[in-house]
Design a protein around this ligand. Structure first.
Ligand code: UFG
Length: 337
């Protein structure tokens, strides 16, 4: 029996692969490498001592997904595959809706054909829209500010309806907050293409001299220092959350949703100052205008994951900053250096 990780060569997929393999699971990675590198597979092997099965496939291609199920005994799917750039989704909404909805539906239909009944989905805190923090799982969803967020919302709805219609199905929706950090070995990490959209990869590229300075998007938010507050979570803690979700899915049917965050909010300037202090490197920055669609404060209530899954983030902000920098230093140009 193996766990299929769609988008398994990506940032969160690769860390989850390591976590699952170290817990004794067999994994099959499926990735079209549209935003990831095949070199990840060798790096996972270095860390775990075992080479994961990796299939180059677009999971919108039903026959390609069927071939994976024919070749491997898949007991559960963790569906990471999808387009994820918020700004790009505003420019290319049709591509985002087509790719993200199609891949989820295709995988679900093939799972049904092959009698695979456990599905863990990479959702996002973005489905909460603009609501006061801390956000808990019973807060209403919707009000997303971009097509990317709406794809997560729509796939959640599809999964809720699918689990309601079929009592043998087991679905876990995981709403990620802001994943950063990297495996402590520095062998796998986040490798954004082009100019990073997200804060931490931008900080590490400024620290390494690859970019001149960080622009802080607004310092007039109603937060303690005026900059945006987010719930940053170490990617290895997030990976553990998937392991717990798979255990839960194996033991229950129906659809459950869990926040994966730390429950702590840190501002952009907290991030810059902690990164500088922990790593002893400067991060020059300027204050710029707000970025369209950004919220002031987003952080999770994490009690449900703790109570039901027995999961809680273990790594603090210093570890996140240290491990992000360790990965950047060891891989200045990402995987393709
Ligand atoms: N920020 C800057 N400068 C930058 C980049 C970011 O000041 O160059 C600020 C943002 O304004 C925000 C914070 O840093 O206050 C975090 O921004 P990110 O882009 O890293 O993350 P977001 O919270 O905007 O978005 C993330 C994911 C989305 C997901 C969302 C859910 O990237 O996929 O969390 O809340 F939808």
């Amino acid at each position: 029996m193996a766990i299929l990780l769609t988008g398994g060569a990506g940032f969160i997929g690769s860390h989850t692969a390591v976590c699952l393999m170290q817990a004794g699971y067999d994994v099959v990675l499926a990735d079209n490498f549209s935003n990831s590198s095949p070199k990840v597979v060798g790096r996972i092997a270095e860390i775990t001592g075992k080479t994961p099965v990796c299939v180059e496939a677009d999971v919108c291609d039903k026959e390609a997904v069927r071939n994976i199920f024919r070749a491997h005994d898949i007991s559960a799917v963790v569906h990471f595959a999808g387009l994820k750039a918020v700004g790009e989704s505003v420019q290319k909404p049709l591509e985002y809706y087509r790719n993200n909805l199609d891949s989820a539906l295709t995988v679900l239909e093939v799972m049904r054909e092959f009698g695979c009944r456990q599905f863990v989905f990479s959702s996002s805190a973005t489905v909460y829209g603009d609501q006061p923090a801390p956000l808990n799982e019973s807060a209403p969803t919707g009000g997303c500010s971009n097509p990317y967020g709406w794809t997560k919302f729509m796939i959640e709805k599809i999964l809720i309806d699918a689990a309601r219609a079929d009592e043998t199905l087991s679905v876990v929706l995981l709403r990620y907050f802001n994943p950063i950090g990297a495996h402590e070995s520095g062998r796998i990490g986040e490798d954004p293409q082009g100019i990073p959209n997200n804060l931490m990869p931008y900080i590490t590229q400024v620290a390494s001299g690859r970019r001149e300075k960080l622009t802080v998007f607004g310092n007039d938010y109603p937060t303690p220092d005026g900059t945006g507050v987010r719930d940053y979570i170490h990617v290895c803690d997030l990976a553990e959350g998937h392991r717990c979700a798979l255990e839960y899915a194996a033991a229950h049917t129906g659809c459950e949703v869990f926040n994966l965050g730390t429950g702590h909010g840190y501002s952009v300037l907290d991030m810059v100052h902690t990164f500088t202090r922990v790593n002893g490197v400067d991060v020059p920055y300027v204050i710029g205008p707000r970025r369209a669609g950004d919220l002031a404060t987003v952080y999770a209530a994490c009690d449900k994951a703790k109570e039901v899954l027995g999961w809680q983030a273990q790594r603090d902000l210093e570890a996140m900053c240290r491990d992000s920098w360790n990965w950047q230093k060891k891989n200045p140009m990402g995987y393709d250096a």
